[in-house]
Design a protein around this ligand. Sequence first.
Ligand SMILES: Nc1ncnc2c1ncn2[C@@H]1O[C@H](COP(=O)(O)OP(=O)(O)OP(=O)(O)O)[C@@H](O)[C@H]1O
Ligand SMILES: [Mg+2]
Length: 358
Amino acid sequence: MASITLERVSKRFGNLTVVDAVSLDIADGEFMVLVGPSGCGKSTTLRMIAGLEESSEGSIRIGARDVTKLEPRDRNVAMVFQNYALYPHKSVYENLAFGLRMRKFDKAEVERRVRRAAAMLGIEGLLARKPRQLSGGQMQRVALGRALVREPEAFLLDEPLSNLDARMRVQTREEIAKLHREVGTSMVYVTHDQVEAMTLGDRVCAMRDGRIQQVGPPLALYDRPANRFVAAFIGSPEMNLIETEIAPGPVVRIGGAVLPVPASGFRLPGPGSRITLGIRPEHLAIADAAGPRISGDIAMVERLGDRTLIGLDAAGIGLKALLPRDDALAVGHSIALAPMPGRLHFFDGETGASLAVP
Ligand SMILES: Nc1ncnc2c1ncn2[C@@H]1O[C@H](COP(=O)(O)OP(=O)(O)OP(=O)(O)O)[C@@H](O)[C@H]1O
Ligand SMILES: [Mg+2]
């Protein structure tokens, strides 16, 4: 087991910088999730940790060793890919054992490691099968098993669940979390799915355009997003982001509503300054008779079971609100909403940086 440290690691392809001075400390035993939209540099970062991609700049340490210039096989990390990359003509047992045999482990040790990994993953009954006789979820477990048998210092997983259907994804996600608790080895896990990031990570590293936007525990990113990008990326449905300005009072106006600005917690600019106001859909509620009201017409209704998601047109501003189930809500009805106290977010109108006091 080992920590992983990236120090100003960059990757350029020609004159295109796809990973830009990324510095990240992953603690020994930590589950770190790299999350961000397609093309933001997650896989490239992971591949540089694995040694499958050479870094253009910066250094990478695993434990006390500087591995920046080491070959992948000398880094003692195991990678799990999205496309399971199993050997189609070998049995599950042989798929698990092959890498160990290549590394000249003796027969008894190969047997011990394969049995142990198979038991942890619940695939003992599948060892004689060929990959084509497995479901997607089972293949993914074999791919995980092939990493497990190596007993590496760290696991690197690149979107390991994205080929599975929704139900299998949830199940395998739980199994990966359990596996991490059992082996206690550092894991770096790449996904573009914010739910996976939230549910799996001890900490989440949100990336955009090759740069780290914020690193922290999942709920810290949810509660205190560092900027507009993280605010929109973490949480579903997405946070409502409204371009507006601070008006004298100070207040902000949205769709006819006048919302007083919180007296503390934010370093807000003076009246007339452009800001972005953020309200999560789950932090809007039906307004009381007293207090601020954002009034408008319901433009969209999605009945989700326990909750009802509505789209509101408030004087030209579109807002989403996630309300308790309410079968009476229907398109065309008028409604008044209010943000829950203490749940507003403010971002700089230019840079998008959070205006919350750290
Ligand atoms: N060999 C390459 N040559 C040139 N550009 C590359 C190469 N490999 C990756 N890129 C570019 O680097 C950027 C980052 O790619 P990367 O695969 O790391 O993204 P990602 O965050 O993993 O995205 P996804 O979620 O789609 O897998 C992308 O714009 C990609 O086109
Ligand atoms: Mg990728």
